[in-house]
Design a binder for this molecule. Structure first.
Ligand SMILES: NC(=O)c1ccc[n+]([C@@H]2O[C@H](COP(=O)([O-])OP(=O)(O)OC[C@H]3O[C@@H](n4cnc5c(N)ncnc54)[C@H](O)[C@@H]3O)[C@@H](O)[C@H]2O)c1
Length: 255
């Protein structure tokens, strides 16, 4: 006898769901029975993921997570396509090349802060009324282990993720009375398109080996690891969990 998935009947928006960790989250959510709107600035990526899954269960919306109007349109798309909205995963994010903090260009600093932090503001505004009407909902925000444990050379990125973690806790406290849960995931480095920047601009065997040395469990994170964590936090199994940072870091924060 097959068991229902832990997200059976749920509808989610996953930002940046066309690639990397976001794609892992979309795949796991669909596997667990959810229907998903991928909200990504690169439509082709989202469409590819949707086509490789069930096109009835996954739709791609092309938009920019830093724009209020695109958030409003994404929410409308999800409601039109699936009739409801239960979960929003703020996953889209960017990193700067690892380098001395005072050499990071101002435009890069501003880009990091805007893309990593402002979606929490826009999504809170665009989604809260829908969750209020439905009697509840869940936000899962992808932060980083660099928020609780910042290291040299990725300081502005860590600062943006520190904001993601703090806003997550603040919104959790504020929205709890509306049965809206807000949690963060803090991944360790993962071998996505972001890795080259994390390694200072070039992805080398030597660089990867250095990273892995700093992770007690001896490997980087995978999209599956982050999909598993997101599915748990989004599910009713986590119904008493709000305002946490879930470390998916192989013990990195212990060193
Ligand atoms: N990869 C890592 O090592 C790592 C570690 C910790 C946390 N994270 C976090 O995980 C999240 C996903 O990272 P990833 O490694 O999968 O990145 P990625 O670069 O592989 O994918 C990011 C996705 O976000 C989309 N995106 C970027 N800007 C957007 C915008 N303005 N509007 C809509 N979509 C946009 C991209 O098109 C892409 O599909 C990010 O928030 C990142 O900071 C990553």
């Amino acid at each position: 006898m097959s068991h229902p998935g832990r997200l059976e009947g749920k509808v989610a928006i996953v930002t940046g769901g066309g690639l990397g960790l976001g794609e892992g989250i979309v795949r796991k959510f669909v596997h667990e029975g959810a229907r998903v709107l991928i909200f990504d600035i690169h439509k082709a990526n989202g469409e590819k993921v949707a086509a490789s899954l069930d096109p009835k269960a996954v739709k791609a919306y092309e938009g920019d997570v830093t724009k209020t109007s695109d958030w409003e349109a994404a929410v409308k798309h999800a409601l039109d396509a699936f009739g409801k909205l239960d979960i929003v995963v703020n996953n889209a994010g960017v990193v700067h090349n690892a380098q001395a903090s005072d050499t990071v260009p101002l435009e890069e600093y501003e880009r990091i802060m805007k893309i990593n932090v402002s979606p929490l503001y826009h999504s809170a505004k665009a989604v809260r009324p829908v969750f209020q009407k439905a009697g509840g909902g869940v936000f899962v925000n992808v932060s980083s282990i660099s928020a609780p444990r910042p290291r040299p050379n990725l300081v502005w990125y860590a600062g943006s993720k520190g904001a993601v973690s703090a806003v997550t806790k603040g919104l959790a406290a504020e929205f709890a009375k509306e049965n809206v849960r807000v949690n963060a995931i803090c991944p360790v480095a993962a071998a996505t398109g972001m890795l080259a920047s994390v390694l200072g601009g070039t992805d080398t065997e030597e660089g990867r080996a250095g990273l892995i040395k700093g992770i007690p469990l001896g490997r980087t994170a995978t999209p599956q690891d982050i999909g598993n964590a997101a599915a748990f936090l989004a599910s009713d199994e986590a119904s008493l969990i709000t305002g946490i940072e879930l470390y998916v870091d192989g013990g990195r924060s212990l060193q």
